[in-house]
Structure formats: structure tokens, C-alpha cells
Design a protein around this ligand. Structure first.
Ligand code: PMP
Length: 460
């Protein structure tokens, strides 16, 4: 697909060429795209997954790669058996693929971890003693709490514009000495980010390194450590269409080699006596215990699939979906789309919004029960940001990815329109803090799904 076609404005009429308009069809096939879910009033609907920012479905290519690797699975790094050697090679090849996907430099290290939270806690233990960390108050808790726990950390208030925020960041970096600036690559609330090259420039000029929380960036945009100059990036497999328990921290070797082992145990050492231990260098130093081979294989397969997309295709796909979503939400009375900055450019496909007079939890329960649509509600593990945006009680979030289509977005907009004009069609109550239909006949189906009966495939 040429990017000219992908950039074509989205219209209701079919384009002249045979290539579908951006967003019209999934960019890559995901497992379970046709899954039917029960509705509270009876019947079923194709599940619309607009919660990809929380976790994204496995790509079909990822599931296929895992199925191929399963018969080869054996112990890693230790066994002499043939399949142990194969599994070790699979694991180390996966590491190289993941490192390459984020543009690692030749001397960078790729530590395979569980997820972004794990990666950031690991890095928090590697910042040299006494080195201060600077973050903004728009970060996900995963990029805030590890630094708070470690200290010292400065949390800079986000200004209303990118320009003012960069100015404040620059001034702070001149006023005090920092070892690390930890910034989001894309907000999990609004999809926005500061221009990374400018952050890197400011930080490096002041002698600080830059960590990019890539949880919401890496699965959605081409990212390169080498090209951006950033020093570290962290991201999660389950947000990158590889929900098999793997993630990565990639970046400069020296801090990782000098730090105490993150997970002390087998595999992280060179030599152990009862008195003392000589630790392995990174990445093994931080990967004590048996590695998650299948998680690594899955993550590498997802990286390969995303890397193989034509340049710009993913951004064009998500832009088309985001534009339709934001325009549609803007046309609904009482709906407010949240923005951190008035002048930010090219947000990813994460859109948070409020509905005047409606509890976000109730709206989310209604979308699920009456329309089979999955969105997120609450404060998105970003309490300081939600407070700054004036919505301390929370909001709704719709997020799109490679498996989503314009039809999915339209399903949400139609359902919200019906909520605003006619209200919910059944009664809802709060149970243990969560809204749900007061009388929910779907409980039996849910129990069956948990037992493994699954949800039926959609009729075509
Ligand atoms: N950072 C951001 C921006 C996120 O969106 C998330 C997950 N919502 C995380 C970090 C933490 O990711 P994980 O739960 O996979 O550790």
C-alpha cells in the first residue's frame, strides 16, 4: 500500500483504487477479531476492542510463531540437550530482534523483562547512587513510582503548552543536576508526547540521560534509540500484540553492568561461593531465574511483523481512526476530549474523554453490556495527570491499534449517541466499586468462557 493511498481523506464512498482507505480494514490480523460476546438484553455482538492501550490482542503471526516454538521448548542457557540449544538460540535471537526493533546501538544492552513496570523498576536500581531523576507530572505511575521510591526525584508540573513545558524542563535542567530525565514516549491518557529530539537535546546538554517510557509509543510508531539519541527505552509485549509475559529494557550498558543484580539467582552469576558472588555482565546479570523463552519469541515475532509494515502505514492507519474518533466525539453534546497540551503534534491513537453528568464507570459498563464494546474507565494509573486535567474522578478512554477499524470507531460513536439521547436501557448498580447491570444474565456465559468454552466466532 502506498502512503499516498493511506493518506487519502476518509470518505464514505469507495476510493477509486482497489486499496482500502486507511482504517477501513485491520492493518494486521489479530487473534479473536471475530469473537462474539453476549449482550445484556440477549443476543451477541462482535466484540469491539477499543482498549488496546491497556493490552492488545496477539497478532496471528505471533500466535503462529509461538505454536511453532512450543515443540522446540526446553531449558535455556543450561541444558546440553539439542532442544536446549535450540531454545537458547531462540531466546538469544529474540533478544537481538527486539534490540534491533528499537534501534539499539552496537554497545546497548537488551534486558528481557516482564513488562514496562519491571523495566523501569530495574532501571531505578541502576541509576548511580545519589543521581537525581526528573519526570513530568503527566507520567504513568510506572514511570513515577519507581523514581519516588528510589529518590531523589523532581516531578515537574506540565505546562499548558509544549513550548512552555520544554522551557520549564530546560530551566530545571540548568538549575539543578540530574542523572536521568524519564519521559513518556506517548501518554497513556491522551497519546501526546513532548518532541523527543528536543528533550534529548536539553537533557544531554545538561549531562543527563533520557529514558523513554515506550509502552504506548513502541507498538504504534517507529522508534529508534540510535536515531533519537535517547539512552533507554522500556516497553511491554502485552501492549505490542505479544501477550506472553515479556517486555524489554534496552539501552546503555555501563549503568546496567555496574548495578546490583535486579533478580539475584541462577543465571545471573559467573561464580558463587558461600562467601561471595561474582555477577555476570548485563543482560544476564538482571535476568536471574529461568527465562521466558516463549514470551521472548512472541515479542520478537510482533517486532518483526510491525517492522515489516510499509513506512508510515501504522501511523496513517491510527491517524485515520483517531481523527474519526475525535471528530465524532466532538460532535456529541457534553463530550470533552482531554488534551495535555494545546500545541502537541501527532498524538497516537489513545483518546480519553468525559461525558457531562455521567459517571465514566457507568458509561463503560453500558458500552460493554448493551453494545459489546470494550473501553477503559478510571484514572488510568495516571492520578496526577487526571487531577491536572481537572478530572480527578476519572474519564473514559478509547484506544486503537493495528486490529481496529473505522467500523469499530463508528460502533462506539453510535453507542454513545444512543446513551446521550435515550440513556441506558437496563438498570445499573455499583457492585464492589464497579458499575454493572443490576440483573446481569451474562454471568453464566462469562463462567463458561472462563471454563474454556470460549465465545463463538462471528457469523459472516
Ligand atoms: N507506561 C505507560 C505509558 C503505560 O501505558 C503503561 C501501562 N498502562 C505502563 C507504563 C506500564 O505497563 P505494564 O503494565 O505493561 O508494566
Amino acid at each position: 500500500m502506498s502512503s499516498a493511498v493511506l493518506c487519502a481523506p476518509v470518505t464514505d464512498s469507495a476510493p477509486a483504487t482497489s486499496a482500502p482507505a486507511a482504517g477501513a480494514v485491520p492493518l494486521l490480523p489479530v487473534v479473536g477479531a471475530d469473537t462474539l460476546v453476549p449482550l445484556v438484553a440477549g443476543g451477541t455482538a462482535r466484540y469491539v476492542d477499543l482498549d488496546t492501550a491497556a493490552s492488545s490482542r496477539a497478532l496471528e503471526s505471533v500466535a503462529a510463531r509461538v505454536a511453532e516454538a512450543l515443540p522446540l521448548y526446553a531449558s535455556v542457557h543450561r541444558g546440553a540437550g539439542y532442544l536446549s540449544q535450540v531454545s537458547t538460540a531462540l531466546y538469544e535471537d529474540a533478544r537481538a530482534t527486539v534490540a534491533g526493533f528499537v534501534g539499539a546501538r552496537a554497545d546497548d544492552v537488551c534486558v528481557l523483562v516482564r513488562h514496562t513496570t519491571d523495566a523501569l523498576n530495574l532501571l531505578a536500581g541502576c541509576v548511580p547512587d545519589g543521581g537525581a531523576v526528573l519526570v513530568l507530572d503527566c507520567e504513568h505511575h510506572a514511570d513515577l513510582l519507581p523514581w519516588q521510591q528510589r529518590g531523589p526525584v523532581t516531578v515537574l508540573p506540565t505546562a499548558p503548552t509544549v513550548v512552555e513545558t520544554l522551557r520549564a524542563l530546560g530551566a530545571e535542567l540548568v538549575a539543578a543536576r540530574y542523572a536521568l530525565v524519564a519521559v513518556t514516549g506517548a501518554s497513556n491518557v491522551t497519546g501526546e508526547a513532548l518532541p523527543l529530539d528536543e528533550v534529548v537535546q536539553l537533557a544531554h546538554a545538561a549531562g543527563a540521560r533520557v529514558l523513554v517510557d515506550g509502552a504506548q509509543l513502541v507498538p504504534h510508531r517507529r522508534f529508534s534509540l540510535a536515531a533519537s539519541g535517547a539512552d533507554y527505552v522500556a516497553f511491554s509485549g502485552h501492549k505490542t500484540h505479544a501477550p506472553f509475559g515479556s517486555g524489554a529494557l534496552v539501552g546503555r550498558r555501563d549503568w546496567l553492568d555496574a548495578a546490583p543484580a535486579y533478580l539475584a539467582g541462577g543465571g545471573a552469576v559467573q561464580e558463587v561461593t558461600v562467601e561471595e558472588t561474582s555477577w555476570a555482565a548485563a543482560p544476564h546479570r538482571h535476568e536471574g531465574g529461568s527465562p521466558n523463552v516463549l514470551g521472548a519469541v512472541a515479542l520478537a515475532a510482533a517486532c518483526e511483523a510491525l517492522a515489516a509494515l510499509p513506512a508510515g502505514a501504522l501511523a496513517d492507519h491510527e491517524r485515520a481512526l483517531r481523527e474519526r474518533l475525535v471528530a465524532g466525539l466532538g460532535a456529541l453534546p457534553g463530550v470533552r476530549v482531554l488534551r495535555i497540551w494545546a500545541d502537541s503534534a501527532e498524538p497516537t491513537g489513545v483518546v480519553s474523554f468525559t461525558v457531562a453528568g455521567a459517571d465514566p464507570g457507568l458509561v463503560a459498563a453500558y458500552l460493554s453490556a448493551e453494545h459489546g464494546i470494550g473501553v477503559r474507565d478510571g484514572r488510568f494509573c495516571a492520578h496526577p495527570l487526571l487531577a491536572r486535567l481537572g478530572v480527578p474522578a476519572g474519564a473514559l478512554r478509547a484506544s486503537v491499534g493495528v486490529g481496529c477499524t473505522l467500523d469499530d470507531v463508528d460502533r462506539l460513536l453510535t453507542a454513545l449517541d444512543a446513551f446521550l439521547s435515550a440513556g441506558p436501557q437496563v438498570a445499573y448498580a455499583r457492585v464492589e466499586g464497579r458499575w454493572q447491570p443490576a440483573d446481569d444474565p451474562r454471568a453464566a456465559e462469562l463462567a463458561a468462557a472462563v471454563r474454556g468454552a470460549g465465545c463463538g466466532p462471528a457469523e459472516r
